[in-house]
Design a protein around this ligand. Structure first.
Ligand SMILES: Cc1cc2nc3c(=O)[nH]c(=O)nc-3n(C[C@H](O)[C@H](O)[C@H](O)COP(=O)(O)OP(=O)(O)OC[C@H]3O[C@@H](n4cnc5c(N)ncnc54)[C@H](O)[C@@H]3O)c2cc1C
Length: 381
């Protein structure tokens, strides 16, 4: 492989890298090399058919596309059709199923009441007063001050403990700026005007984006050992972890990770919905995914279904999922960002590069913004 042949090298083939590579090829008409560590494109949005059931699923957790950004919507529609899936989340607590985020139905079911929208705020205010919390100091106190004891204990406490591996009294309250709570029966998880699942899955989008004579994709290739051999004139767009780029010299940025366990149940419909949360601490997984529900246009006619248990685990460095953006990690991030700025030919971005949770539409928006900068500096040279 001759690294000198390319003016542009993109590291990572998730949405950040793939969108930029696609734009460089189609809009700048320049050759671009995409280097991807894994054996497939698509980053964490990768989707595939399950061998035993043939059901299409998302390997790194259920991904629902949703956006309010017209530029992103117009862009992504060029690579796929979306089905009409509308996301709804349910949670199981003590063998009963409730709506999430907490809405009027959750509250009425939980307390066995029939409150009206105009009554529920006063009802909750009375529950909150009982907690005695005036000025919250941590996640637990903040949640209690928004919901009262009973709802917090049922729906938030155990789930949060499992999700973060920490007692909620030790989690900063800033994580809980706004607890989604609805005083009506609205069951939609997202309010964006555009949402759905790509008809043929996410991987098909990446294949279409990267299928261009000016794009060369190198799978199963780690960029880090190659970096030293790349000419200084080559523009590098890196979407891997920023700390790894500098051999962790400023310290390791902390992440929370997930593990997924696939299983097959001998029924056509196991839980009646795509994602079921499990609020109780004693149940070791946080969620069960049943992917065929993501494609309501294709009924599951078999007497078996794919179910995926999701466990929240400590990060061992192999699968960073959620950044732990506390003060100390953000200080470390600042130092890495200064290191990045010392290179004229290096752009770092995406969720791993920016050490930030982005939804897919935000990642695409960031990639399109970054591409505009690349284009401007290309024109300027
Ligand atoms: C559990 C979970 C569920 C999510 N669900 C949703 C959802 O429902 N809706 C939504 O909008 N968003 C969702 N997201 C967010 C979505 O996954 C991200 O927005 C998107 O994946 C970010 O794309 P990216 O290109 O920045 O990163 P990634 O997809 O992680 O891609 C980065 C790529 O870089 C490669 N790479 C890293 N280092 C190197 C290296 N040294 N050499 C070569 N390659 C390298 C990696 O292998 C990877 O393929 C979810 C995220 C998580 C964690």
């Amino acid at each position: 492989m001759n690294l000198n042949e390319y003016n542009y090298i993109v590291v990572g083939s998730g949405f950040f890298g793939a969108v930029i590579a696609e734009r460089i090829a189609n809009d700048l008409h320049e050759r671009v090399l995409v280097i991807e560590k894994r054996n497939h494109p698509g980053g964490n949005c990768y989707s595939l058919d399950h061998p035993e059931t043939g059901i299409h699923y998302h390997q790194f957790g259920t991904h629902i596309f949703h956006t309010s950004n017209p530029q992103v919507w117009n862009y992504i529609k060029r690579f796929t059709e979306f089905n009409g899936y509308h996301h709804q989340v349910l949670t199981t607590y003590k063998d009963r199923v409730y709506q999430m985020p907490i809405n009027l139905e959750t509250i009425n079911n939980f307390y066995d009441l029939n409150l009206k929208p105009f009554e529920v705020k006063d009802f909750l205010a009375a529950e909150i007063i009982k907690t005695g919390i005036v000025e919250p100091h941590n996640f637990e106190e903040k949640a209690l001050s928004l919901l009262g004891q009973a709802l917090y204990e049922a729906f938030i406490k155990g789930y949060t403990k499992k999700q973060w591996g920490l007692n909620p009294t030790l989690i900063p309250m800033e994580i809980l700026n706004r607890l989604p709570f609805r005083d009506n029966y609205d069951e939609s998880y997202y309010f964006d005007p555009w949402q759905g699942i790509p008809q043929n899955g996410y991987t098909a989008i990446f294949k279409k984006m990267l299928n261009h004579e000016l794009i060369n994709v190198l799978l199963e290739t780690d960029f880090i050992p190659l970096w030293k051999d790349i000419p200084k004139e080559t523009k590098i767009i890196y979407s891997g972890p920023v700390d790894r780029l500098f051999d962790y010299k400023r310290g390791k940025l902390k992440w929370r990770s997930l593990s997924f366990v696939n299983g097959v149940e001998e029924v056509s419909d196991f839980q009646g919905t795509a994602v079921m949360n499990f609020a109780e601490e004693q149940i070791p997984y946080t969620r069960i995914h049943e992917p065929w529900h993501l494609h309501p246009e294709k009924e599951n006619l078999q007497s078996k279904t794919l179910v995926i248990e999701e466990y929240s685990i400590a990060d061992d460095g192999t699968n960073p999922y959620y950044p732990i953006r506390d003060e100390s990690n953000l200080e470390t991030l600042d130092k890495y960002q200064l290191d990045v700025a010392t290179f004229d030919n290096l752009i770092v971005g995406g969720r791993l590069g920016d050490y930030k949770y982005y939804d897919m539409d935000q990642t695409i928006a960031k990639a399109l913004e970054t591409y505009s900068l690349i284009k401007n500096s290309h024109i300027g040279t």
